[in-house]
Design a protein around this ligand. Structure first.
Ligand SMILES: Nc1ncnc2c1ncn2[C@@H]1O[C@H](COP(=O)(O)OP(=O)(O)OP(=O)(O)O)[C@@H](O)[C@H]1O
Length: 686
């Protein structure tokens, strides 16, 4: 049994102060346990018995011999002297104790041999003195087990010496069920905390435990002190299924519960910052190899987010919502990769300044739950006369990019880093997941702008990508799990005590049983969750046009006032940029054809024949852009006009030139990809 091996090693027993853990040690039965406890204290008593026996036998053999008397006396003195000499290397106290014991024992033996063990006081001396001496050794041993942070002596030296940390000291360890925390003090000037980090694998090997069971938390105030944490039994091996969100209707500012740690504590992450705790909003990277449980981990996070009342989610998934389909109707906006995702990214860029301005105008240095409520507090007013402004609140915004490597690469490092930096003060968090957590998927600077990570099992070579070096040094090794431990993860994120970073946790598993619960959650979010505020909705519509629908209500319920307000401002001929009331029930998937599908579909009129006149051609081109806009295909390039060119006998190079002209006219805007243009919705065009 692992646990017992661990204890048998003696380390915990030596330094716990409390001895063995309840019910542990030895053969498993009560008898075995007692025997195990008593065994170390027997030798002095055996020595006492042996001395008595030797006295009786010696008297029978040499009772009458004068020569034997001289020999025995000399031997006794010699043995005592030798003990004293040999004790030189031990402590003074131990040396004296040993010499006195040998002197008393050998003197009694000499007297018993010569005069007889029962003569005069010799037998009384044996019966009274022997137990006293034996007991004195027992007491010494018991005291040695409670060093109270004192230098550790030889026994711990055994383990630490084995792992190359001789002369380090282990103090009084704290023993909890399945967790031992032992303070370590290193040799001043000789050893550093780094040496312990490097020795963790050897400590695990000495204790016959997996590498992830042994961790080290350096003391931030000292280079030679820290806590060695040993968690002998893997309490995460039991799979726990997801049964529902932890806090339905709570605020997104409250922690998201995504699983549990190895000691049973809840595994938490926070997205918005907390001004009181001096914490900023964070962005999260979900990193894990294939089969590491990334999909289920994302579901843990997303279900928690969707169950909160003051948040909206924009979600891009190039895998066509394979894993997330049951939750899709709870999202404010969903995109299936390709052009749809490009539009979403452009929209994210556009809403950041608008949201930041709104928060600033209402006196919020960062998003807090009160920002999502109607602004009835004169402390948070945008009116110059200081009276409450009554503006609709602004929900927190989570923008989520599944399998994001391509999107991020297209976006470029500087753009992404800028978005990530600025989004934090706009009441937004980005969540990004990667197919393979490695630097060929994501550049160093992009990785650096995602401060939080949920690091699942991966290739050992990719550990350095997933986790900060300090956490790996402290004993975190997602590479040791690969895809054999789905859902196991380390979480590094503001709000979590840093001591926890190297502790593994496990997210919950989603099975087929979870599907109806997720569907109910999405329906709840659709009815009771937040809707985009007018500022966010206005900014996104200015970029995405009809591609952004906002979360629709499926039961014909009136749309939230935020959206109606935007619609009322719209050009009446266009009937508003957001969903028409009669379109409210339309499945957004049907409304937004994928890029590939759109490429093949003949969406334009079927005019054929002669080449149009230049004026006619320009009119047709402008109609084509309007049609793209109606379709919600807001990012276009010459290749999107291939069929159209064939129909109208126009060339793609002519289209290229017209695209540039349209950009000069303000109808299009350049994207950071050459030859790709974003349509400026007609409402906001000059
Ligand atoms: N927390 C968990 N506990 C137990 N099993 C889990 C857990 N999370 C995921 N699994 C199981 O592990 C397997 C792989 O999970 P999942 O598909 O989420 O991995 P993935 O990392 O998303 O892989 P891929 O990238 O190939 O989609 C699935 O069978 C899933 O049910």
């Amino acid at each position: 049994m692992r646990h017992t091996d661990f204890l048998d090693n003696g380390m915990v027993a030596e330094y716990s102060g409390a001895g063995l853990l309840p019910g542990e040690g030895g053969g498993g039965s009560v008898r075995g346990y007692l025997l195990h406890r008593v065994k170390p204290h027997l030798p002095p008593w055996l020595g006492w018995g042996a001395t008595g026996l030797a006295g009786a036998l010696g008297n029978w053999r040499w009772g009458e011999s004068a020569a034997a008397g001289v020999g025995l006396t000399l031997a006794s003195v010699g043995l005592t002297g030798a003990t004293w000499l040999m004790g030189k290397s031990t402590s003074q106290q131990r040396r004296l104790h040993s010499a006195v014991t040998v002197a008393a024992g050998s003197a009694w033996l000499t007297a018993a041999c010569l005069a007889g063990p029962t003569t005069g006081p010799i037998d009384d001396l044996y019966l009274m003195g022997g137990p006293v001496v034996a007991l004195s050794w027992n007491v010494r041993m018991v005291l040695r087990h409670n060093p109270e942070g004192a230098p550790s002596g030889s026994a711990d030296g055994g383990l630490l010496e084995k792992v190359g940390l001789a002369r380090a000291q282990i103090g009084n360890a704290k023993v909890e069920p399945n967790r031992v925390t032992a303070p370590v003090a290193l040799e001043p000037g000789e050893q550093t905390n780094d040496d312990v980090s490097k020795a963790l694998a050897r400590i695990a090997s000495a204790l016959d435990l997996p590498k992830s069971a042994v961790r080290y938390t350096p003391d931030p105030d000292s280079e030679r002190r820290g806590d060695l944490v040993i968690v002998p039994e893997d309490m995460l091996s039991e799979v726990v299924e997801w049964e529902g969100p932890s806090n339905l209707g709570g605020s997104i500012a409250e922690p998201l519960v995504i699983g549990r740690y190895d000691d049973g504590a809840p595994l938490l992450v926070w997205l918005p910052g907390d001004p009181e705790a001096g914490r900023n909003s964070t962005h999260i990277l979900i990193a894990g190899g294939t089969g590491s449980g990334k999909g289920d981990t994302a579901l843990n996070v997303l279900t928690e987010i969707l169950s909160r009342r003051d948040v909206i989610v924009w979600f891009s998934d190039p895998k066509a919502f394979q894993d997330f389909a049951p939750l899709r109707s709870g999202l404010d906006w969903s995109a299936e990769g390709g052009t749809q995702t490009e539009v979403m990214v452009a929209a994210v860029e556009a809403v950041i300044p608008a949201r930041t301005r709104w928060l600033g105008a209402h006196g919020y240095r960062q998003w807090v739950p009160a920002a999502a409520e109607v602004q009835n507090d004169p402390e948070h007013t945008c009116r110059s006369d200081g009276r409450a402004c009554g503006c609709p609140g602004m929900p927190f915004l989570v923008t989520w990019f599944e399998e994001a490597a391509n999107t991020l690469r297209n976006l470029g490092d500087d753009t992404f880093t800028g978005i990530a930096q600025e989004a934090r003060s706009a009441g937004m968090s980005l969540v990004v997941s990667l197919q393979r957590p490695s630097y060929d998927q994501m550049s160093t600077s992009t990785r650096a702008s995602l401060p939080s990570v949920i690091a699942l099992g991966c290739d050992p070579r990719d550990e350095g990508f997933s986790l900060p070096e300090t956490v790996i040094d402290a004993g975190a090794h997602p590479g040791a799990w690969g895809n054999r431990r789905p859902g196991y993860c380390y979480v590094v994120s503001p709000g979590i005590d840093e001591d926890r970073y190297p502790s593994p946790g496990r997210t919950r598993r989603f099975t087929i049983r979870a599907v109806p619960v997720m569907e109910r959650l999405a329906a709840w979010a659709q009815r009771n969750g937040a809707h985009a505020d007018p500022v966010t909705a206005g900014a996104v519509s200015g970029v995405a046009g009809r591609a952004y629908t906002g979360r629709t209500t499926d039961d014909g319920a009136p749309k939230p006032s935020a959206l109606r307000a935007v619609e009322e401002e719209d050009d009446m001929d266009r009937g508003g940029l957001l969903v028409d009331p009669e379109d409210a029930g339309i499945d957004p998937e049907e409304e937004l054809p994928g890029a590939e599908e759109g490429d093949d579909a003949p969406i334009f009129g079927q005019e054929t024949g002669r080449k149009p006149s230049p004026e006619e051609a320009r009119r047709l081109f402008s109609d084509a852009l309007a049609e793209f806009e109606t379709e919600g295909r807001m990012i276009v390039g010459p290749k999107d006009f291939t069929d159209w060119c064939d129909q109208h006998n126009l060339s793609r190079s002519w289209v290229s030139l017209r695209l540039k002209d349209a950009a000069l006219d303000g109808r299009l805007e350049a994207t950071n990809q050459t030859g790709r243009w974003r349509i400026v919705p007609a409402l906001t065009a000059a």
